[in-house]
Design a protein around this ligand. Structure first.
Ligand code: HEM
Length: 143
């Protein structure tokens, strides 16, 4: 039987990818990337808010909220490194932290809707803190 050269090439790539630990991004990582995109633009814009851009900010907040709410129901990759008996607690703690993040996004939405720009900046700072703490606790060191 003749095996096309291309098959060897594909097989080779797969072999190298698995040997070097390359993997497809997790769904959670994809949601987090969406959070980053919206959050980065928001944080920058809200440093010098423009009243006329309120609708644009609310739209970004809605994207951030949507991505965070979906991320909340996914499982961090780090769960695989946690002993099976402790895993449910780890996942519960992750969900609790994400619920707090979603609540902070709701407060941000209220502040922006009320044109309370100082309040909005406080929520941006709170979200940066959530991000830092969330990553140190729930993100695998391998990531
Ligand atoms: C505004 C808030 C946040 C932003 C913008 C954000 C952004 C990101 C980004 C860009 C990544 C992928 C790249 C990387 O690993 O650095 C990531 C990964 C991750 N983030 Fe966040 N994050 C936020 C908040 C949080 C919070 C609150 C938690 C935990 C409760 C969290 C948990 C994780 C985990 C576990 C991963 C690794 C993905 C996986 O396990 O598959 N993040 N985040």
């Amino acid at each position: 039987m003749k095996i096309p050269t291309r098959s060897f090439a594909i097989f080779g790539v797969l072999l190298i990818a698995s040997a070097t630990g390359l993997r497809a991004d997790t769904e959670l990582e994809g949601r987090m990337q969406s959070m980053k995109k919206a959050f980065k633009e928001l944080a920058k814009s809200l440093e010098q808010p423009v009243a006329a851009d309120q609708g644009k900010y609310l739209n970004l907040i809605s994207q951030l909220h949507d991505a965070a709410a979906k991320a909340r129901d996914l499982t961090p990759e780090k769960a695989e490194e946690i002993p099976a008996d402790k895993r449910p607690d780890f996942i519960k703690a992750f969900q609790k932290q994400m619920d707090e993040t979603v609540a902070a996004i709701d407060l941000l939405k209220k502040d922006v809707a009320d044109s309370d720009w100082a309040g909005a900046q406080k929520q941006i700072a709170a979200l940066k803190k959530d991000q830092k703490e969330g990553h140190s606790e729930f993100r695998s060191e391998k990531q």
